[in-house]
Design a protein around this ligand. Structure first.
Ligand code: HEM
Length: 453
C-alpha cells in the first residue's frame, strides 16, 4: 500500500508547491511546516498542497471532534510496518496503536488494567524513586544536558513500571533496542530494499526485531509463571476479561513494544519542555518565575499547549469520501492529520496564543472547551498512557521544585522534530544545579514563544 496518492483531488486552498515535496516536508518536519505553511489557512480541511487530496490537515473544534469520534470513516493508516508473516515475532508492530475496528476495541479493553487508577499508586512511587536517582536530585554542581536526563528518567520509568525491570540491572541496552526498532523501520536503507538477506539492512533489522521479541517473550513466560506483581507486564499476563479473553504472548510483546515507542520520547520531551518554560524565556522583558508560587498542573498544561511534544497526531486514512465540518469533499484514500500545535494556537480560544501564561489554566479564566486542547488526542483513540505520562511529569516537576530548580547554562533552545512524531529541543540544553536562576533564551524557540510580562 502506498503512503499517499497524489492523484487525489480536493477543491480547497492550501500551500503552493509540488504535492510530493510538500508531503515529505510535512512528514519530516511537521512543526515547521505546520506553523510556516499550513497555519495561515483557517478552513476545516487544509490540503498540504492546494487542490491536492493526498494529505490533508484538519482544523477547528468541529472538524477535530468529527475526526476523533468517527473511527469508522477515519481509520489508523495501515501498512507502515509490515513484517513477514508466520514468525513468532510477526506481530511486533501489531498493537492497539495500529489496530482498527473490533480488534482495536478488544485490545484497548484488555490493556486497560495496566493503566487503571489502581496501578498508578505503584507507578507514582517508582517515579519518585527514579527522580531520587537522577542528576536533578544529586547536586554535584557539574553541568549536564536537561533533555538527556529527562530521556533517562522516562526510560527508567518505562523499564520499571511497564516491564518490572530495574534500570540499574544494566538492561538499558535492551530498552534502547526496543525503542529504536520503529525509528530504524523508516530508515531508507531498510525501507527501499526489503529482502531478508544476512547482510542487507532490512535483514539485519528483522533480526533485531526477532531478538527483542525473544527477550520480551522470555520475560512474559516468567511473569505468567510467577505471582502477580504491580508492573504492567505482570498485570497484562494475568488479566482476563469477563468473557475469558486474554492477550497472547505475541500480542503482549507487540503492545509493550508499542508502549515504549509511544511513551518514551513523548514523555521525556514533555518533561523537558515544561522545565525549559520554567527556567527561561525568549522575552528579555519577562519576569522570572517564582518557584514558590508555581502551579505545576498549570505550567505543564501551558507548556503542552504552546510547545506540544506531539505537534501532529498519527495519520488516519479516509475510508469513504466525506465532508468534514462542511468542507469540500475529502476524497476516499486521503491521509489525514490533526494538529495539536495548530489547535493550541487558535487566538479565538487562547488570546495571545504565543504567550506562555499558566494563569490560563487556573480558576476564573474560561479555558478551552473539549476538543480544543488535545495533547493526547481524544475519543476512542485517546492516548492510553496519558495518565501515566501526566503523573510522571507532574511528580518529577513537583520534586524538582521542592529540591530547587537547576539553572540553564546555555541559552539556545531549538524546538523542532526529534523523530517522526515527537518534537522537543533539537540540541543539548545544558543546566547546572544552583546555576543562573533566569536565562533569556535564543534559538528557534524565540519564533514560537513569548512570555507574559
Ligand atoms: C506526554 C507524553 C505523551 C504524549 C504527548 C502522547 C500523545 C499521544 C497522542 C497525540 C496519541 C495519538 C492520538 C490519536 O492519533 O488519536 C497517542 C496515542 C497513544 N499513546 Fe500516547 N502520548 C504520551 C505518552 C504515552 C505513554 C507513556 C504511553 C504508554 C505507556 C502511550 C501510549 C499510547 C498508545 C498505546 C496510543 C494509541 C491509542 C489508540 O490508538 O487507541 N503514550 N499518544
Amino acid at each position: 500500500m502506498e503512503l499517499f496518492d497524489t492523484a487525489l483531488r480536493i477543491d480547497a486552498p492550501g500551500p503552493s508547491g509540488v504535492p510530493v515535496v510538500n508531503n515529505f516536508k510535512l512528514i519530516r518536519d511537521s512543526a515547521r511546516f505546520l506553523l510556516g505553511r499550513v497555519g495561515r489557512f483557517e478552513q476545516p480541511v487544509v490540503p498540504v498542497t492546494a487542490g491536492n487530496g493526498s494529505i490533508v490537515v484538519v482544523r477547528g473544534r468541529e472538524a477535530v471532534k468529527q475526526v476523533f469520534t468517527d473511527t469508522a470513516t477515519f481509520q489508523r493508516a495501515e501498512g507502515f510496518f509490515d513484517l513477514p508473516p508466520g514468525r513468532t515475532w510477526s506481530g511486533m508492530f501489531d498493537a492497539v496503536i495500529t489496530a482498527n475496528g473490533a480488534e482495536h476495541t478488544r485490545r484497548r479493553k484488555l490493556l486497560m488494567p495496566a493503566v487503571h487508577r489502581t496501578a498508578m499508586t505503584h507507578y507514582r512511587a517508582v517515579f519518585a524513586d527514579t527522580f531520587e536517582r537522577s542528576r536533578f536530585a544529586g547536586a554535584d554542581g557539574a553541568p549536564f544536558d536537561l533533555t538527556r536526563e529527562c530521556l533517562r528518567i522516562s526510560k527508567a520509568n518505562l523499564m520499571r513500571c511497564l516491564l518490572g525491570l530495574d534500570d540499574a540491572d544494566g538492561l538499558s541496552a535492551f530498552a534502547d533496542q526496543i525503542v529504536t526498532l520503529a525509528a530504524e523501520a523508516s530508515d531508507p536503507r531498510v525501507l527501499l530494499f526489503k529482502r531478508d538477506l544476512r547482510w542487507s539492512p532490512y535483514g539485519r533489522w528483522l533480526r533485531r526485531v526477532a531478538g527483542a521479541y525473544d527477550q520480551l517473550a522470555a520475560l512474559i513466560a516468567q511473569r505468567r509463571a510467577g505471582e502477580p506483581r504491580p508492573d504492567a507486564l505482570s498485570i497484562l499476563c494475568h488479566a482476563v476479561d469477563e468473557d475469558g479473553d486474554q492477550l497472547t504472548t505475541e500480542e503482549i510483546a507487540g503492545e509493550l513494544h508499542g508502549f515504549f515507542a509511544a511513551g518514551f520520547e513523548t514523555t521525556a520531551m514533555t518533561m523537558s519542555l515544561a522545565l525549559i518554560t520554567l527556567l527561561g524565556s525568549p522575552d528579555p522583558d519577562a519576569a522570572p518565575v517564582d518557584p514558590s508560587t508555581v502551579d505545576v498542573d498549570a505550567v505543564v498544561k501551558e507548556s503542552q499547549r504552546l510547545l506540544p511534544a506531539v505537534p501532529i497526531t498519527l495519520p488516519r486514512r479516509v475510508t469513504a469520501t466525506v465532508e468534514v465540518a462542511g468542507s469540500p469533499p475529502v476524497p476516499k484514500g486521503a491521509l489525514l492529520f490533526l494538529s495539536p500545535l495548530l489547535e493550541h494556537r487558535n487566538p479565538a480560544v487562547y488570546p495571545q496564543p504565543q504567550v506562555f501564561r499558566p494563569q490560563r489554566w487556573t480558576a476564573g479564566e474560561p479555558g478551552p472547551k473539549q476538543y480544543e486542547f488535545i495533547p493526547f488526542g481524544l475519543g476512542p483513540r485517546r492516548c492510553l498512557g496519558a495518565e501515566f505520562a501526566d503523573l510522571q511529569v507532574r511528580t518529577t516537576l513537583a520534586l524538582l521544585l521542592e529540591r530547587g530548580l537547576p539553572g540553564l547554562v546555555g541559552p539556545r533552545v531549538d524546538y523542532g522534530m526529534v523523530n517522526g512524531v515527537t518534537a522537543g529541543p533539537r540540541r543539548p540544553v545544558p543546566v547546572r544545579p544552583g546555576g543562573p536562576k533566569w536565562t533569556v533564551l535564543t534559538g528557534s524557540v524565540t519564533r514560537v514563544w513569548i512570555r507574559d510580562r
